[in-house]
Structures are given as C-alpha cells and as structure tokens.
Design a protein around this ligand. Structure first.
Ligand code: AVI
Length: 314
C-alpha cells in the first residue's frame, strides 16, 4: 500500500470541505487518460505550446543567451512524452549546440518513451534520464559546472496553490546559478468559453480522469465508491483565472474505506475538491519572479495568444 496516499486520503476526506491532491490523479490509468486529454480538440494547451516550440524555437534559443561554443545542461522537470521538447532539440541540433538532455519524470514508462523517440530522431544523442519526483531531484542539480536551462512546461505550475508554487520556484531558484535559465510554460488568462470546455470535454475523458481518483481509492484502499453516484464538476473563475475541478456526490450516501477503517458520509451536492489549474498574465508572473529571486528575460506566445513560454533568468 502507498502509505502517503493512505494518509492523505484519510486527511482529505475527514476535513470540510473535502479535498484530494491532484498528484493522485496520475496512477497508470490516470496517466493514460491525461495523454488522451492532451489530444482532445477542446484541450488547446498542448497544441498551443507545441506551436510555440515548432515555430519559435530559434527565438527561444536567442533569449537563452547561450552560444554554441559551450556545453550546457538541458533539464526537463516532469518531461511526460517530451513531444514539445523534441522541437527544441531539433533546433538546437540544427544550430550545432552542444548539450546534455536530462528528462526527469516519476513515470518510468514516460522516460522509456522519450529514450525511444530520441533514439529514432537523434541516433547519436546520449540522454541522461532521471526517474523520480523532480522536486527532490532539484537538489542534485547544483554540483554541475555547466550552465543550466531548466524546462518546466505544460502549465504544470498551474496545478500548484500559490504558496506551493512560490516555494517550488524559490527552491528551484536556489539551485540555479547566475546565467542559468528557466523556460516556464503557462496557460494565459482568457474567456470562460475557451477555458471551461478544456476541463469539460464533450467525450467525457476529463470526467473519467477525475472520477478515476475514486476508482483508485477503491482498488488501493479497499473502498466501495460507486462512481455512478458522483459527478465531475468543473468551474472557471474568469477574474481570478483559476479553473477548479471537483467531484460532486449526487445523493446522500456513505462510503466505506476498509483499509483506513473509516466511513465517509456525503451530503447530496457535497464536493471533493481535486484540482486547480491556474491561468496567468504578465503581472502574476512578474510577481512570482519578484518573490523568488528570478527575472523575466522574454516571453513567447502562440498565434492565438492562448499560451506563453516565459524565459526566466536568475
Ligand atoms: C497537467 N496539468 C497542467 C493539466 C491542467 O491543464 O491543469 C491537468 C489536467 N486536468 C484536467 N485536464 C488536464
């Protein structure tokens, strides 16, 4: 049994309002569902950021302020399938840059996939994948004498609460040296008509992704959630720029979680908060940088201004 999962489920379902951490959405089934989400027509984020890397990789490289005379470390936090990064690697290779690519991910499957893709596209390139939670692996970054470029793409930072994001970036900043760069991919604030469907797609994949968390509790903690009696509930607060996902109980009910020796009562309409997906503007990013000892060097957006990759320096 995953001990931390058990502890967090117990705590999250005992408090009011109930909540579960979004990191638990990614078991094997959840990760496969997220890959499906990234291909949905409503989920504009992936295509928008891919477009930036496909069309504007040389602009990104210029903003990094590195030359092709010197070797550098290219480190990707939460690399996933590395699909967008491949565009950056192609541009770096065309311009004869020398670098070592280190994708970091908690999924061995994702890292194997990246290795496979690299082997096919760049047969002579050696990569240095690291399996684990990137927050912990950050500690290993400092000793390298080479300049670093850290990629944190896909608006993954948007899934962190403000305090957590500030803590994470402060920690990252402490592990960077002067001249190192961070490429931070964020989804931009925009109309509810565009954001909400991205978290409430017509095929119901996002709903399945969110409700899978209850199935995970069923299988890992011997619980009896009936997922038909719960509903995926997405919201978007346009002013605040935060999409929130919850799981709502559609009846009064009680659920037993045997491994935790607990019974959880749900009122009709009661929600379990599962995820936030924050959207950004320049002011918010400026503020984050001010608080974490970083500075914005440049910003590149897609043609629709949906998504931005900020180049940030120490
Ligand atoms: C991984 N992360 C940036 C996604 C997002 O957009 O917040 C996770 C996601 N949740 C529902 N759809 C996608």
């Amino acid at each position: 049994m995953n001990k931390q999962f058990a502890i967090d489920v117990k705590e999250g379902l005992s408090k009011s309002p109930k909540s579960l951490s979004s990191k638990y959405l990614y078991d094997e089934k959840g990760s496969a569902l997220f890959s499906k989400i990234m291909k949905l027509p409503e989920y504009y984020l992936t295509n928008a950021e891919f477009e930036i890397f496909e069309n504007k990789a040389s602009e990104i490289i210029n903003l990094l302020g590195i030359t092709n005379q010197k070797n550098f470390d290219l480190i990707e936090l939460g690399a996933g399938d590395g699909y967008k990064t491949m565009e950056l690697l192609k541009a770096l290779d065309t311009l004869c840059f020398q670098y070592q690519y280190s994708p970091i991910d908690i999924s061995a499957k994702a890292l194997n996939q990246i290795e496979e893709n690299i082997k096919q596209q760049f047969p002579n390139k050696k990569i240095c994948p690291k399996l684990g939670d990137y927050f912990h692996i950050l500690h290993d970054l400092k000793p390298s004498p080479l300049p670093k470029v850290v990629l944190f793409l896909g608006s993954n930072i948007g899934n962190m609460e403000n305090v957590e994001a500030n803590f994470f970036l402060t920690h990252l900043s402490e592990n960077l040296s002067k001249g190192d760069k961070l490429i931070l991919g964020v989804d931009l604030k925009k109309s509810k008509d565009i954001v909400l469907p991205a978290y409430n797609d017509s095929q119901g994949v996002t709903s399945e992704f969110n409700l899978n968390l209850l199935s995970r509790i069923n299988s890992e903690l011997d619980a009896d959630f009936n997922t038909d009696l719960f509903e995926h509930t997405p919201m978007y607060d346009e002013e605040e720029g935060v999409a929130k996902s919850a799981i709502k109980s559609i009846v009064n009910q009680e659920v037993e979680i045997k491994s935790l020796d607990m019974k959880v009562a749900f009122r009709k309409e009661e929600q379990i908060h599962t995820e936030i997906s924050r959207k950004y503007d320049d002011a918010t990013i400026q503020n984050i940088c001010l608080n974490t000892g970083l500075k914005i060097v440049g910003r590149i957006t897609d043609s629709q201004n949906y998504f931005a990759d900020y180049i940030i320096g120490k």
